[in-house]
Write a protein that binds this ligand. Sequence first.
Ligand SMILES: [Zn+2]
Length: 880
Amino acid sequence: MRDASPQTVYLKDYTPPEYLIDQIELHFELDEQRTRVQARMNVRRNPHSSADSVALKLWGEELQLLSIAIDGRPLQENEFVVGDEALIVHEAPQDRPFELLIENLIDPQANTALEGLYLSSSMLCTQCEAQGFRKITWFLDRPDVMSRFKTTLVADKAKYPVLLSNGNKTGSGELENNRHWVSWEDPFAKPCYLFALVAGQLACVADQFVTMNGRRIDLQIFVEQHNVDKCGHAMQSLKNAMRWDEQSYGLEYDLDLYMIVAVDHFNMGAMENKGLNVFNTKFVLARPDTATDSDYEHIEGVIGHEYFHNWSGNRVTCRDWFQLSLKEGFTVFRDQQFSGDMTSPAVKRIEDVNALRTRQFAEDAGPLAHPVRPEAYIEINNFYTLTVYEKGAEVVRMLHTLLGAAGFRKGCDLYFQRHDGQAVTCEDFVKALEDANGVELGQFRRWYSQAGTPVVTVEQDYDAANGRLQLTLRQSCPPTPNQPVKQPLHIPVKLGLLNADGSPTTFEFAGERHSEVTLDLTAAEQSFSFGNLAGKPVVSLLRGFSAPVTLQMPRSLDELAFLLSHDSDTFNRWEAGQQLATQAIFQLIDSIELDRPLQLEPVVVDAYRRVLADAGGDLSYQALLLALPEESYLSGQMPVIDVEAVHQAREFVKKTLAENLTEQFLELYRQYHRDESGCFDAGAVGRRRLKNTCLSYLSKLETPDSHRLAEQQFRAARNMTDQIAALAAIVNSHHPDQADCLDSFYRQWQQEALVIDKWFTLQATSSMPNTFAKVQNLMRHPAFDMKTPNRVRALVGAFSQSNPLHFHAANGEGYRFLADRVIELNALNPQIASRMVSGLAQWRRYDANRQSLMKQELQRIVATDHLSKDVYEIASKSLA
Ligand SMILES: [Zn+2]
């Protein structure tokens, strides 16, 4: 920890490394408080560096130096200097490769920041991305220094019977004093952020996978003994991912062994260390009675994501951290494709867009907006953002749309072939796609450098005499920090047209007949003309959400209801329903603000009646059609956010629909409610999702019948999806047995940490009065622990990020609570602390009273002693 000394790092300052380390042999004597590390490195000048300094600077933090030697000669004290962040050898050999040997001590137990080597429960494990390796030993800790790693782990045999590292196991043996050793070798050169080790008492679930070329790969998942019955889904997901990457990208796994370890204490979701993925337990462990369908989906997605990194990230890695989206945007796109193929592409796309628009668009519109490829950072950990990941994936998706599936694949093939074993840039990726397809994507590159969400407006002009429609599209992008003026982007806009009876129509565009077309919007204003039309069509624009933009196209409630019934594009059909509900809710918000009685337009009730009557086919999709836009999405559309009015209006719509369509909701509920143990297949998932959506509506009736329905489901449920959905309905209503249900749930699951996280989150996100007092009580609950990131996210994160109504209480108690937690966490785990600050970052979006309260708390955070770089950067940029 250090006082904030805000050193900004700039992309424009990039220079190649002055030295390279071709090989490193690591020797660990593992111990909870006193781990001894020996690093033997083969170092040489980088021929591509033009720097003429003779010093060698190695990054290192919180390390205790024992010895340092070059070519076997111990260095004298005047030959080097050790600072808080680095070790500098004043004169390193220039004309020849040399061996650098460093020995140091580290204290894993004191490492509550969970970067480098740390203790999680009784297990030792590592997290090195982005810059954790420098907390293990002094090194050229940057992704463009790639080394071959050999690792030997020595530890007590009883405490640490399992000793793992990257690559293939090369030897093991016994030592005196009940100690043992295992050695590992990774044949692929890699940056140190992909290094990992794990030591502990772990049970192994094993399987095999045969690759497309007939190679047999051992698959191993390591967990604590009591969790061995929760690994089946993760293992199946891994095999599915391996097969999918062969079939979709022609990419085969390259080592003989693939290991996954699940740990309780983890800052992120999971980490793609070469051959040894380390996972948050949340994304590995699942059994139908402990995990929901959505947990199962997340596990499949994250297992796939980390596996896909083996090529998009590990074999071809990033030159510097500004290029993070090179591996993350691309890999998120790949895991989205994978999940869609495994479940329902329509549902997956809607879920991804919903998350993007609710959360990434807010990031783009706030003080922390940055491009997909940022230009500067103080703390790189702060740039593992929705923009880099989710918007980065949208950028790759647009490339896929522009080049077509076959062209995109050709480009990826060239990218992997050209850059295998290299550390490269976003520019190299785009260049490979261009070269493989013989196209020029000059303007498209602006998506990497320009921040903010573009707004596209539409003007229609129909010429009935000639059967021609002209669409004029205009794009603009609001200013973002350090980018006051924006250039037009290359925006792919997918379009279809519907006849008045709802059927799709073909049309003439650019001299050819089409049923659907992708328009290239490249200018600030551009017109497109469509001919051969029998009558005025209804336009279905931005199909599949073909670009991450805000589309402004005025439509009547009737036209939206028409599209909700008829659009053949699954995304736009859902989108029409969202817009219909959004418009209805905003009309109600106007009424609330003018103190008028609330009334829901009959056209909205009728539209939902038709959706209920149509239910069948893909039931998960039907459930999405019935789901109202979330409060945070609605708030994002308001010039000044009024959390109370948004909540009241949305609740009114939900309750009115439930009252007018009670029979229909009940009928669907009964049709799809089964007493089932919860197998994870599309049919069962869809049934549960639709049925639980109905239950959520019905619970708004607050009648003895509706209370009974929820409680019956809660008491009888044999799978977590049904149990938690029923408990959510109970916790968000005036159910008389709420306290009893919560208690019995806790007693049932107190041994299952991931289920107890859900129990915290449900209470933290409740819209019922008294929620804040409950959250404060839960902070004192024996099961709450500030050192466990999952628990902090489940309570503090859920309350501040997913409970706008209570977090933004007008008296400021929510803000004070959050700032206190951030200050507390700053000393324990800066990464988690800075993630929590985001609840305050959007302060400018609220009324004057809330603005001043939030600002006050941000100022209090910035004034904290010993503020970490992580928190300083987010809090100070939020205030700027
Ligand atoms: Zn990733």
